[in-house]
Design a protein around this ligand. Structure first.
Ligand code: RB5
Length: 149
């Protein structure tokens, strides 16, 4: 499993803990930054991580900003990206099982390190259920194409 990581200044510290956590599990992570708490614009990092997933270079992306909202909105503008803002493990599990989410976003000003780790576990360890959920994801793809017209 290969995971692309990213954050803005508000998400820097939590992103670092997520990175250490995943590396401790011998999961391959690539850190697209940012690398300190100097202010940056969250759309830039969300696009970079989203593109790496869109291009098939990574199985999942994980992006952290202050709320998780800005990076989620940005990533969800990208064709084929299904970004899920998660603040609990149930949502993280369902986002994979039902929505085949390929990007997890979290808010560093909202949740702590322990919950973030549990959310990451729930997200990366859950498979897409397919079946009726696949039919619904296909509809997302149809509306996505219409939205790009
Ligand atoms: C940065 O202040 C903050 O706006 C950003 O991290 C994020 O929460 C935006 O959605």
């Amino acid at each position: 499993m290969k995971i692309a990581l990213g954050c803005d200044h508000a998400g820097f510290r939590l992103k670092e803990t997520v990175k250490e956590y995943l590396q401790g599990k011998n999961i391959h992570v690539y850190d697209f930054g940012t690398f300190d708490e100097s202010p940056i614009d969250y759309p830039d990092i969300a696009y970079t991580v989203g593109k790496s997933v869109q291009d098939g270079k990574f199985d999942f992306g994980i992006i952290v900003c202050g709320t998780g909202v800005g990076v989620s909105i940005t990533a969800n503008k990208m064709r084929g990206i299904r970004a899920a803002l998660c603040g609990d493990t149930f949502t993280a599990h369902a986002a994979r099982e039902h929505n085949d989410a390929n990007v997890l976003t979290m808010g560093a000003r909202v949740i702590g390190k322990g919950l973030a780790q549990d959310i990451v576990d729930a997200f990366i360890n859950t498979s897409f259920a397919g079946g009726r959920h696949l039919e619904r994801v296909k509809k997302i793809n149809i509306y996505e194409e219409q939205g790009h017209e």
